[in-house]
Design a protein around this ligand. Structure first.
Ligand code: HEM
Ligand code: HEM
Length: 291
């Protein structure tokens, strides 16, 4: 997938997600804000309650989106036969889209009342989504190939050298500035940090990078480098400094990611388990939607 196609792919997800959420919220606002005891008398009740035409449909579509979102990602990642079907990165993006919008549809399906044993499924779903956001953050801190495989230190060194070469050969950067950038992006030995130290390190490092980028801009402007080129120099220097940060936190993030998997999966299993019981009970009680 080239850059333009990828922008359309992500843009489409954002458009569909935001539009459908806004439409559901605006259309149902009056119903969802009516107290539970009075909802039965609301003209939208037959459509929007959890067994209504739209409410029930949202439960089915939302649940299907989560099932498909998890299944396709796990199959693409684990089954050899599908190993060459597109980039894993793009399948993860699809997983995130389906498993974010699916839970939003289920939220509207519940009509914001969380009773019975199925509430456990709902809160597990919420926990999986929230942990997903944290997992995604940790995931991107670990340098990977586009196919999702982690990259080793040697290869990262190679990438860093390529960026240095680019800085020297493609732009008019003076030696003084180059050595400042090299100093700011020197690889440190990966450290094992705890959660608090790594968050504080990342915050401090972001401030440091921002300061250095400002300096690069100032010095390049003084040397009359064209603004388009300054942006490119800044981007290359930023990539180098972020790479150095990721190397320093590599073993920490790999450890966090292993722990994260242990939390994320059981909530997903619990959610699906109770969801299937809930679906079976709904069918036994004669709720068939349009079928
Ligand atoms: C993770 C997915 C799901 C969650 C978390 C969920 C959650 C809920 C909740 C919280 C309620 C309201 C309970 C109450 O009245 O207090 C409900 C009702 C209902 N759900 Fe789901 N649901 C899910 C998927 C589904 C699916 C796929 C179906 C259809 C097969 C379905 C069918 C129903 C029906 C028919 C009701 C109304 C039951 C009644 O009025 O007695 N749900 N659901
Ligand atoms: C109800 C919603 C969700 C469910 C049921 C779910 C389920 C899962 C499962 C079962 C896996 C393990 C796949 C594997 O190891 O092969 C997984 C991986 C992952 N999910 Fe989700 N997920 C949900 C939502 C999200 C969200 C909202 C995000 C991000 C914002 C997210 C990000 C991730 C990431 C980063 C991975 C790790 C990928 C990897 O290790 O290759 N998930 N999810």
């Amino acid at each position: 997938m080239n850059k333009k196609l990828h922008a359309i792919y992500i843009g489409l997800f954002i458009f569909v997600g935001v539009t459908s959420t806004l439409l559901l919220a605006i259309d149902g606002y009056q119903y969802y804000t009516t107290p539970l005891v009075n909802r039965f008398f609301n003209p939208q009740d037959s459509l929007l309650n959890p067994s209504g035409l739209i409410g029930h449909g949202l439960g089915i579509v939302g649940s299907l989106m989560m099932i498909v979102g998890v299944a396709i990602y796990m199959i693409r990642k684990r089954v050899r036969a599908f190993l060459h079907w597109g980039y894993l990165k793009n399948w993860l993006e699809l997983h995130i889209f389906l498993c974010t919008l699916g839970p939003i549809f289920v939220l509207f399906h519940t009509a914001f009342k969380f009773g019975g044993i199925v509430a456990v499924s709902f809160w597990s779903m919420t926990a999986v989504v929230l942990s997903g956001v944290i997992g995604r953050f940790i995931y991107v801190q670990i340098p990977r190939t586009i196919q999702g495989q982690m990259i080793g230190i040697e290869e990262l060194n190679g990438i860093n050298q390529q960026l240095s070469k680019r800085l020297r050969e493609e732009f008019s950067v003076n030696e003084n500035l180059i050595s400042k950038i090299e100093e700011a992006s020197r690889f440190a030995k990966p450290q094992k940090e705890n959660l608090r130290n790594s968050i504080s390190f990342m915050l401090k490092d972001s401030i440091r990078i921002r300061r250095i980028l400002k300096n690069i801009k100032k010095e390049s402007k003084a040397a009359s480098v064209p603004s388009k080129e300054i942006r490119e120099i800044q981007n290359t220097a930023k990539s180098k400094m972020i790479l150095a940060r990721r190397v320093r936190l590599l073993s920490t993030m790999q450890r966090f990611f292993r722990h994260w998997h242990i939390v994320h999966l059981p909530f997903a299993i619990l959610m699906f388990f109770i969801m299937f019981i809930h679906i079976a009970v709904a069918i036994v009680f004669g709720y068939r939607w349009i079928f």
